[in-house]
Each structure stands twice: as structure tokens, then as C-alpha cells.
Design a protein around this ligand. Sequence first.
Ligand SMILES: CC(=O)SCCNC(=O)CCNC(=O)[C@H](O)C(C)(C)COP(=O)(O)OP(=O)(O)OC[C@H]1O[C@@H](n2cnc3c(N)ncnc32)[C@H](O)[C@@H]1OP(=O)(O)O
Ligand SMILES: CC(=O)C(=O)O
Ligand SMILES: [Mg+2]
Length: 353
Amino acid sequence: MRSPKDFFRPLAVGAPAPVREVPFRPSRMIHFFDPGNEKMAAKVPDIAPTVDVLLGNLEDAVAADRKEAARSGLVKVAKATDLGDTQLWTRINSLDSPWALDDLLTLVTEIGDKLDVIMVPKVEGAEDIHYVDRLLAQLEAKAGIQRPILVHAILETATGVANVEEIAGASPRMQGISLGPADLAASRRMKTTRVGGGHPGYLVREDPHGADGSAPRATFQQDLWHYTLARMVDACAAHGILPYYGPFGDIKDTTACEDQFRNAFLLGCVGAWSLHPVQIAIAKRVFSPSPADVAWARKVIDAMGDGTGAVMIDGKMQDDATYKQCQVVAQLADALAARDPELRDAYAAAEKE
Ligand SMILES: CC(=O)SCCNC(=O)CCNC(=O)[C@H](O)C(C)(C)COP(=O)(O)OP(=O)(O)OC[C@H]1O[C@@H](n2cnc3c(N)ncnc32)[C@H](O)[C@@H]1OP(=O)(O)O
Ligand SMILES: CC(=O)C(=O)O
Ligand SMILES: [Mg+2]
């Protein structure tokens, strides 16, 4: 571990100074595309204005013989496209793969000034982040990059979950963590073959009831991911970085996708991945607080003055703690409204009601 005194020193001569606070930029959806797939890459100029984050994926879902095409495709897209204020991220290959080193060498030297965040898969502990941290500093110095590229870890191994707190605090570059339910299921030897979401077999059953105990007993499906997600949210919040739900693989089941995303939103996540264009609008809807909730939050904040004491609003007790909860909602709404004029107008209209 670096001494706290040295934590914010650049790790290479000539590298930019690390950030002291993770900038909160709206990232309701991290939209995945395969930059080596010409059809998908051609859609980038149209998709970019509709998403908060565009991510060129180089890892899983890109076939081994297409890895280099994906890497060079991302360089091409980044150089050719003006993304406006949409962030550009990439997911590199895992650190033990034959491609990760070249991913970092090529991307930072060719398009490091355009990349906001590098997502690192299968992070197992702080040592993985430390490796990427130093290498990025060396490459940033070599390429003359002026602002540090941030790092996002995917939580998708049992060891990673066991070490999630140290991963979250491993470097000032740490921007956030996403849940990786598919690899995590495999790593844990779970028996689901789905990418995220629930499972009909993971349930609790109502107690026996009725005259002889034989009445039909309701079952309630439980959330396989609740423990990991909650642990990840706490680790992120404790270290001032951002938690995300990852992918939902049943593209056609938009209802369950929305439910899963909403659980994550309510639990503290700021966004989720969109794997297909149909999931973009779902993430946007879910990870933007509703106009009614924002209006309520502002009403409480106004009524609470300096935030101390207790007041009643519409029969509900408000105090310092609810004031802080309302500030979370109002601050998120302000950040989203600054990026999204439609949302700004909806929030303003709801406040007038
Ligand atoms: C566990 C994990 O690691 S998750 C992360 C890794 N996985 C990914 O990144 C997957 C990304 N998504 C995809 O590859 C695709 O969406 C698939 C394979 C799931 C489905 O693709 P398709 O079978 O082509 O879906 P579909 O036919 O509904 O696509 C409709 C259109 O949207 C396009 N499209 C699909 N996904 C995307 C995307 N992510 N970005 C941009 N365009 C897309 C298709 O090219 C197609 O275009 P067309 O109408 O011009 O032909
Ligand atoms: C997100 C991811 O990579 C996984 O679920 O495995
Ligand atoms: Mg994975």
C-alpha cells in the first residue's frame, strides 16, 4: 500500500496528477458496442448523442480472431467521431490474456486523450489495479496526456468480491465498479446460466396454511445478486467512487431488465450497461429520478432550511437524515438536467405543480 502522503502523486515522471475526487458525470447507461463489427461501428454517430457513455468492447463477446480488428476499430471510431459530451470508455481484455498489454499500449498512445475510462475485467484484488495504474501513468507520460484516464473494475470473480473494498480504494484512478453477473456466476459455481436477473428456482415459500395445511402456498422469487450488489455499493460509497449494475442478457425481456435496473438504482447504483439499443431507453428512464420524486425532494429541502430540526410535510416526519436523502435526489437531478433538456423541462414542470 502506498502511504497516504503519496497517494495523489503521479506514478511516472511526466504523468498527469491523479484526480482528488471522481468527477460525477451522468453515466446512466454504458452502451457496449463491438468496434470491429463494421455494422455496429457505423451506428456510433447516431447512437452517441442518445447515451451517456459509449464503450468500445474488446473483451468477451469479441471472438479471439477479431481482437485486433476490435482494437483498431476503436482507434478509428475515436479519431473519426466527435462524441460531444458523451464519454468514451473501453473494456480491455483481462490482464492474464494475450491481448491486454497491446490493448493498453495502443489505446493510450493512439487515443488516450479521448478515453475517459478504461474498464478492467476480472479484477481480483488491489494488485491488478496497481499494475494498470503504473502502466497507465507511464503511457500517459509517453503520450503527453494531460488528464488522467480513470479505471473501472468489473466485479466478476469470487476473489474480487472478497476483496471489493481494497479494489475500490486501490488508486485515485478508480472511477467505479460494475457487477459482472455472468463470470461471477461461473466463478462461484452458481447454477444459473443467465446473464444477470433472477431465477425461478431461487425463492422462498409461504408457510403451510389452511385447515389441514394443504392450501396452495405462494412462492416469492428472490434476487440472486442482492448481496453482491449491496456489498459493492457500500465499497464504492465508502471510497467515493460510483457503482453500476452490469449487463442484463435477456434482451427481449425488457420488463425484467427494467426491474433489475430499478433495484440497482434504488440500492445506490448510478447506471447499468446497455448491450442492445433497446436497453438504452430503459436505463435512461430508470436511472433518472422521476419528476415527482425530484419535486418532493426539493420541497423537503426548501422546508428544512439549514437542514437541522424536524418538520412535518404531508404527514411525514422530515429531519437531517431525510434532508440528506433528498439532497442525493436533487443533486442527481441537477446533474442530469444539465445534460438532458427534456428532463430539465420535466423537472421544472413537476416543481410548479
Ligand atoms: C457478460 C458480458 O460480458 S456482457 C458484455 C459483452 N456483450 C456485448 O457487448 C454484446 C453487445 N451486443 C451485441 O453484440 C448484440 O446486441 C447481440 C449479439 C446481443 C444481438 O445482436 P443482433 O442479433 O444483431 O440484434 P438485433 O437483430 O436485434 O439488432 C438490431 C439492430 O441493432 C444493432 N445493434 C445490436 N446491438 C447493438 C449495439 N450494442 N450497439 C449498436 N448497434 C447494435 C444491430 O446491428 C442491428 O442493426 P440493423 O438493424 O442495422 O441490422
Ligand atoms: C459483465 C461481465 O463481464 C459478466 O457478467 O461476466
Ligand atoms: Mg465477464
